[in-house]
Structures are given as C-alpha cells and as structure tokens.
Write a protein that binds this ligand. Structure first.
Ligand code: FE2
Length: 207
C-alpha cells in the first residue's frame, strides 16, 4: 500500500475527541493539579507531534491526531495517586497512574487511548520487570507497541511534572530512566534511534 493511501486509511477511522473536556470530567479546572496536568500534557503532545511530523516527512505513516489526543490523556490517572509534591492526594502508588488511567479511559470507551496510558511508564515495563521488582502492577507486559504509543512514551521522558519549566536533554532523559534497569535503557535507546533528539528550536514554551 502506498504511503498516502496508508495515511488516509489510518485517518479514516479516527474521529477527533475533545481531550480538555475529558480531563475536566475528572479534574477541577481551578485546581493546581488540573493546571499542572494540562501544562505537562500539552508539552508532551507538542513534542510527540513534532517527532511524529519528522517521521512522516521521512515516509513513516503516523496517526498524528491520535498521537496528540493520547499525549493529552496519557497521565489522566495521576489524580488517584499519592504524590503530594505534584498535587496528587489519592491513595495509590504513583507508578500505578498508567493502569488507573487505562481504566478511566476504558470506562468511557476510549480503548485505544487507554492503552497509551498503561504503556507509557518508564520506557514501558515488561512482565519480567514487574515480577522481579515486585511492582504493584498487573502481571502482564505494559510495553508500548505501536509507533503512536512509542511516540507518547518517548516524548514524556523529556518532561517532568516536578520541574515543568524546562525540557530535558536526551542525555538527562536517558539518565532519569537508569533506576528502571538495563532493559528500560535498551528500549529507550531503541526509541531514541527511531525518533532522534528533539529539535528544541521548534518547540515553543507552553508555560
Ligand atoms: Fe507524563
């Protein structure tokens, strides 16, 4: 199938959704957490879109509309976690925010977006890593599979909700993943080879 036809088929089945309205179903718009989540989600969406556009320019089909939507929703599960440093006053461990987000989006029928939530933590988590580390997560692979899932996962590693004022260099993004172990670093390096370093000059500040 030629590239243009592939792009058309991909887009044919995609109906745009209003991600901010979806976030507002779960978050109080005046809250610090809502403002931080929206800022972070927009940062990740902008970077994922930039990297996706570069792939498309080199002939790789990417569903960019979906990438932007999924990036906007990827952290929707943080609200139920215990991370007061970023205004999250729930009870679940922070590492569970992806699977919490998956359930929230599954419940409103956004099954494809939901998978992005549960597959974006670290550089994804394999079942073996979840078991070895005794993580409080479902015993299955939580790994990004599609190019769109990988784009959101990778773009997310360049931003921190604790320090939203800056974007990380590739080196720092990689360093921050070292705590997840060598398999994570290997997957990050594979995504890095695929997507490259962001062109920082093309990203405008979303503060
Ligand atoms: Fe994130």
């Amino acid at each position: 199938m030629c590239r243009i036809l592939k792009q058309c088929v991909t887009h044919l089945f995609h109906i745009m959704i209003d991600t901010v309205s979806i976030i507002q179903r779960f978050y109080e718009p005046d809250s610090d957490l809502y403002k931080l989540l929206l800022l972070h989600s927009r940062q990740v969406a902008q970077l994922a879109e930039h990297l996706g556009q570069r792939l498309i320019a080199h002939g790789t089909p990417v569903d960019l509309d979906f990438v932007v939507e999924a990036a906007m929703l990827h952290d929707i599960g943080v609200i139920n976690t215990d991370a007061p440093g970023i205004y999250c006053y729930g009870t679940e461990p922070y590492i569970c925010h992806g699977v919490i987000g998956r359930k929230m989006l599954d419940d409103i029928g956004l099954y494809r977006h939901a998978l992005v939530c549960e597959r974006h933590t670290g550089a994804g988590l394999a079942l073996s890593e979840i078991e070895e580390r005794g993580l409080p997560l479902p015993h299955r692979d939580l790994l990004p599979v599609s190019i769109e899932e990988k784009l959101v996962c990778y773009a997310d590693k360049f931003y921190s909700k604790s320090h939203p004022e800056k974007i990380r260099s590739l080196e720092v993004a990689r360093y921050k993943l070292e705590k997840f172990g060598p398999a994570t670093i290997e997957r990050f390096d594979a995504m890095s080879s695929l997507f490259g370093e962001p062109d920082y000059s093309l990203l405008h500040s979303s503060e």
